[in-house]
Design a protein around this ligand. Structure first.
Ligand code: CDP
Ligand code: MG
Length: 661
């Protein structure tokens, strides 16, 4: 994947990548938000809750927490700024630390799942919305904070939506009890904020003037059947026609698609004549290792055009300079809820108009630009105006467990900005009952197991598996597997070396499935004391392995606090699969006579993902962690199970869904 060697990269780093202190301060003062500082602070001081709208890159995320800090408005408590995305929380904390001339973790820190860099000195804390929600379980009044900024509110992630209710209630209760007031600031990149204002007791809306240059819109004449191919040819069309050093930002939907596009761009550019300028294609998605993510922010070498192929992460939450062209496929991968099975599925779908608008805006940050929409103008008109809030389209199991742990028993009465349907709340309660987290009565009382499950920063199913592992004497193995599942792509197979990679990785493959394959990788890795060389030779992502080990340590700490017994099953790996069945019985699939699988929950056709260790095997029953819909409905991370195990895990569930063995 590395097309630029470290030596080459270093040659350019001095001039581009580390601005001086003066330069940084000049950049800060040059931001659109700077002239509004005084007025903004005046308003924020006057009001308990405010809504701030400003176009992307106007300086909201990096500047407003600093402004508040500089005025002392935080009364020596902390200022929290939430982000829907982990990458944004990390990169922004790095940038703001740099602006303050300090190391990350001192005055400015970040806190994301499995990685908390904050210290006693930290006053400005960038964190994922999920982490603040988790903290609120232990401290519903959020007493450590004087100010909470809910950033990227327009994204309406499920966690931000629940936080709206949590901070509103904390603010109210603190006022009643005479505790230091809690200031709430909701920040959004889109105009449509009336609902936010109404929800926060008619909070004032503060508009920041942005700096937006005109963006020329281009639409395709016909609807495109293959948006990836269409994107590739558009990129090269731009490359042939536009002067060098004008960079391109391409929006695609996910890791695999992005990696194959980056490879395709590199392959095609090799065929170009020597006198055409060079192309540097770089991927950008949430699970990309950090050092590779940072590369997209660096300038390309002279005479080279940078092409960044990104997910919707580059829509509003990270800003890349020097983009002159945007190629918008009009697609996004998002979770959708399948009411028939009650489960989520990742699926490629059309963006909303608001998203299309944000994407095109990225071309007009520093000068006039062009956006190529790979769909027709009529297609655009037919898009929904706004993205539907996640809370209205996802499985609510995890959030319901957290709300119950927060002490909110009547979920339907919770002060949601947009209330999820009664069915989806009911569905979540039923699933939590099946998992044994809620008592089988009508008062939604958490069981002792449910209370323990809520302590893990994991999906309820995974938390259940960890807790259940004690009964199966395999906690050590389950901790390994859950940690390995919590990082993306442990084993990689670069397109150019696919066969070589699968040959060396064959020794890890377990016919019991992907979970046991991960366990084999981990055991071998430990056998060579985590050698980087070994990782390299075996096409194992060393950085992700290390992260998995860190995560394992943290999960182990949580288990230790709960006095759980650490035991290992050694070679008796069947118990591991039996244990997994207790968390994932709802994700079961059954082999049919025609050699294809159907989901037990919905009776819909599903298939084993080609990347799976058991892609070519045909076990009668499997369970899986995730469903991804591309050309077919694929199960990812698949484990072979005995039908008796899944039945035993939830006999009531299978009463209405008979297993055919
Ligand atoms: O939040 P908003 O989109 O309004 O802007 P911001 O994230 O505060 O970004 C303000 C400026 O800081 C932009 O010009 C970015 O290029 C810069 N920035 C950066 O250099 N590195 C980051 N990690 C984040 C922002
Ligand atoms: Mg921002």
């Amino acid at each position: 994947m590395e097309s630029v060697t470290p030596a080459k990269r270093q040659k350019f780093s001095g001039s581009n990548n580390s601005p001086t202190w003066q330069e940084i301060q000049a950049q800060r003062q040059n931001l659109p938000i700077f002239p509004a500082r005084k007025r903004l602070l005046h308003e924020l001081r006057q009001n308990d809750s405010s809504i701030v709208i400003g176009e992307t890159a106007s300086g909201k995320t990096t500047q407003i927490p600093q402004y508040i800090y500089e005025t002392g408005m935080h009364r020596n408590l902390m200022i929290a700024c939430t982000q829907p995305r982990r990458v944004a929380a990390i990169t922004v904390a790095q940038r703001v630390s740099q602006e303050k001339g300090q190391d990350v973790g001192a005055l400015v820190g970040y806190c994301v799942r499995f990685d908390d860099t904050t210290s006693e000195k930290t006053k400005i804390k960038y964190m994922t919305d999920g982490m603040l929600l988790r903290e609120s379980i232990l401290d519903p009044l959020l007493k450590r904070y004087a100010v909470v900024l809910l950033d990227e509110a327009h994204e309406r992630t499920i966690h931000t939506d629940v936080l709206f209710g949590v901070v509103k209630s904390a603010q109210h209760q603190r006022r009643q009890r005479g505790i230091t007031p809690l200031k709430i600031i909701v920040m959004s990149a889109t105009m449509d904020v009336d609902q936010f204002s109404r929800y926060f007791n008619d909070a004032p809306v503060l508009y920041l003037e942005g700096r937006q240059f005109p963006v020329k819109m281009m639409y395709t004449c016909e609807t495109q059947s293959d948006y990836q191919f269409s994107a590739l040819s558009t990129i090269f069309q731009i490359h042939q026609e536009a002067p060098p050093r004008q960079d391109i930002l391409v929006f695609l939907t996910g890791q695999e698609e992005i990696e194959s596009m980056v490879t395709a761009i590199r392959d095609v550019s090799k065929e170009l004549s020597d006198d055409s300028s060079k192309i540097l294609a770089l991927p950008m998605y949430a699970s990309l290792p950090q050092h590779l993510q940072l590369r997209v922010f660096q300038n390309a070498p002279k005479g080279t055009r940078k092409v960044i192929v990104a997910t919707n992460i580059a829509e509003t939450s990270v800003t890349i300079r020097n983009i002159k062209f945007v190629v918008d496929t009009g697609k996004v991968k998002a979770k959708t809820f399948n009411p028939r099975s009650g489960l989520d599925m990742l699926k490629v779908q059309k963006t909303s108009k608001a998203q299309a608008w944000q994407r095109s805006g990225r071309a007009g940050r520093e000068s006039a630009g062009t956006c190529y929409r790979l769909y027709t103008e009529e297609d655009y008109e037919a898009l929904p105006t706004n993205t539907r809030p996640e809370i209205l389209r996802c499985n609510l199991c995890s959030v319901t467990l957290q709300l119950l742990a927060l002490g909110i028993k009547n979920i339907a009465q919770f002060d949601f900005m947009d209330k999820p349907s009664t069915e989806s709340i009911q569905n979540a309660i039923v699933q939590l009952k099946l998992l044994g987290a809620i008592e089988n009565t009508d008062d939604n009382k958490l069981t002792p197991l449910g209370r323990k499950m809520a302590a893990f920063p994991l999906d309820p199913s995974l938390a259940k598996v960890i807790l259940k592992a004690v009964d199966f004497d395999c906690l050590e193995e389950i901790l390994t597997i859950v940690s390995m599942l919590s990082v993306e792509s442990i084993m990689h197979s670069p397109a150019s070396k696919r066969e070589e990679a699968s040959a060396v990785q064959a020794k890890f493959i377990s016919h019991e499935g992907d979970h046991l394959t991960y366990l084999n990788v981990y055991r071998s890795y430990k056998g060579v004391s985590g050698s980087k060389n070994w990782c390299h030779e075996n096409f194992i992502n060393a950085r992700n392995m290390k992260t998995a080990c860190d995560i394992r340590g943290q999960l182990r700490d949580i288990c230790m606090k709960q006095d759980m017994q650490f035991k290992s099953c050694g070679r008796e790996t069947a118990v591991i699969r039996e244990c997994l069945a207790h968390g994932f019985f709802m994700n079961a699939a059954e082999l049919q006579k025609d050699g294809k699988y159907i989901s037990v929950a919905s009776r819909q056709p599903v298939a084993i993902h080609p990347s799976s260790a058991i892609f070519r095997c045909k076990p009668s029953y499997v369970i899986y962690n995730e469903l991804v819909k591309t050309s077919a409905c694929y199960m990812r991370n698949v484990c072979v199970v005995d039908p008796d195990w899944i039945f035993e895990a939830a006999p009531n569930y299978f009463k209405t869904r008979p297993l055919h063995t």
